[in-house]
Design a protein around this ligand. Structure first.
Ligand code: SF4
Length: 121
């Protein structure tokens, strides 16, 4: 009974955001979703952990203290330079991680191979 005041339950209201990293957006408002992939050049990784902080869904440390990417099942891809597709909800955080990466070693590319963020963008 009664009126639900939950914003997410109003017709047309956006779905509730799910937090992934410091900026916590769940999507890219106003931007069409585009498939992007991400890889890390471990040769330049400083191990500071910024990327893991921004998007623990996509980035994780291995026992060598360097960051690697994870696939859609959460499995760490330990082959140097392995790339994974970024879940749509994580794209903004991955872009922010690439922009802030002190090693300048996070490469984000569109489906056609065009650099989106990182040292080649
Ligand atoms: S932000 Fe860049 S340098 Fe820092 S851990 Fe991640 S990949 Fe390595």
């Amino acid at each position: 009974m009664g009126i639900h005041n939950d914003v997410a339950q109003r017709p047309g209201a956006p779905a509730p955001a799910q937090a992934y990293g410091p900026s916590s957006p769940d999507s890219l408002p106003g931007e069409p979703a585009q498939a992007v992939s991400v890889r890390i050049n471990q040769d330049l990784c400083t191990g500071d952990g910024l990327c893991v902080e921004y998007s623990p869904t996509v980035f994780e440390f291995d026992i060598d203290g360097l960051a690697y990417v994870k696939d859609g099942l959460g499995d760490l891809q330990t082959a140097p330079g392995a790339a994974v597709e970024v879940p749509t909800r994580c794209i903004r955080d991955v872009l922010d991680a690439a922009d802030g990466c002190p090693g300048n070693c996070i490469h984000v590319v569109a489906a056609d191979g065009t650099p989106v963020a990182g040292p080649d963008a």
